[in-house]
Write a new protein. Structure first.
Length: 334
């Protein structure tokens, strides 16, 4: 009996050592999960693409590398993500300009008012600045996995906003760490109500906020449009985002997993850009059926002047003047 037990153990050990045989228990022990947070809600275009990305990555690496997404702000707000990545509680995050600007301030040049108002302009500027921004994120300890979009920025409100001075009588929202829109409000003589994204819907319901800058897609996805009545006809910019990963976490992966992660990330973010742009257009049609469009073209000169004053004030504080000039040139190319 004892010999039979010994032989069985030996055969089992030899089976595990045979070429091409990998026990499931070992797979489970070696599998790596990258923890990534986002404010994007479940069911949104962002999360649909992120889930597909995770599946492709797992298939590519034989389930040795996967992505665990924490959606809907379950890990807090974007400043919290930065803190948690620094503390090792998260590996990465999909963030908007709010989070990106906390890590690399000059990236906010892409949000400079009045410079980038179309997707072709954004694509040209990002291609021109790609290496520079990637190196800056790496220098600050992060790997830029891919750019995302949030849609075209408009002003949504409970009262008509036709000219910049109308904002003085309103209660506009700005993210807590926002620099660009807050400066614009300062230029036109208005004061922001600083809140995190998950707090906005409650503030709109209570009336402590009555004006929000957002894309149509964000306004619909977050249900803000149900508390608002007006939106500006023309967009004032394109809201940006990106997925970032702690560089030390990225560097710790085996070469084949780093390659798989980078290549699947590139494909996912190309798909994400197409999906977001398409869904933003669809969401705008929803907005047009439910809210009243406000045409501020009669005050175009005032909007343009306020935008120029804002971006010039921010030059030297958020981004170098030379970088602003380069983005303006790239945006203006055909």
């Amino acid at each position: 009996m004892k010999r039979r037990i010994t032989l069985t153990c030996l055969l089992t050990a030899l089976a595990f050592m045979a070429p091409g045989v990998t026990p499931q228990a070992v797979d489970a022990q070696q599998a790596t999960e990258l923890r990534i947070a986002t404010v994007a809600p479940e069911g949104s275009p962002w999360m649909r693409v992120f889930r597909a990305w995770d599946q492709e990555l797992r298939q590519r690496t034989n389930n040795q590398l996967g992505l665990t997404f924490y959606a809907g702000g379950s890990q807090g707000q974007e400043p919290d993500y930065i803190d948690k990545m620094q503390a090792g509680q998260l590996d990465g995050a999909a963030v908007t300009s709010t989070g990106l600007g906390q890590i690399v301030r000059p990236v906010l040049v892409l949000s400079a008012p009045g410079v980038i108002v179309s997707y072709p302009q954004l694509d040209r500027a990002r291609r021109r600045m790609a290496r520079r921004f990637s190196q800056q994120f790496q220098s600050n300890g992060y790997e830029l996995l891919g750019w995302g979009d949030v849609g075209k920025s408009r002003i949504f409100s409970t009262h008509r906003i036709e000219q910049p001075s109308d904002l003085r009588q309103r209660r506009p929202w700005a993210p807590r760490t926002d620099a660009v829109f807050s400066e614009f409000l300062s230029v036109v003589g208005a004061n922001p109500r600083r809140l995190g994204i998950p707090e906005v819907i409650g503030a709109l319901s209570q009336g402590t906020v009555d004006t929000v800058p957002a894309s149509a897609l964000a306004a619909v996805s977050l249900q803000w449009h149900t508390r608002l009545r007006f939106f500006t006809k023309d967009n004032s910019g394109v809201l940006i985002g990106a997925t970032i990963l702690k560089k030390d976490r990225f560097d710790s992966l085996p070469d084949d997993q780093r390659t798989a992660l980078s290549e699947t990330a590139e494909r996912a973010h190309r798909l994400l850009q197409r999906a977001i742009r398409r869904e933003d257009d669809r969401s705008l049609r929803v907005i047009q059926r439910r809210l009243t469009e406000v045409d501020g073209s009669a005050y175009e000169a005032q909007w343009r002047e306020a935008a120029e004053t804002t971006r010039n004030r921010l030059a030297g504080r958020l981004y170098p003047q030379a970088l602003l000039d380069a983005v303006i040139r790239a945006a203006g190319e055909e």
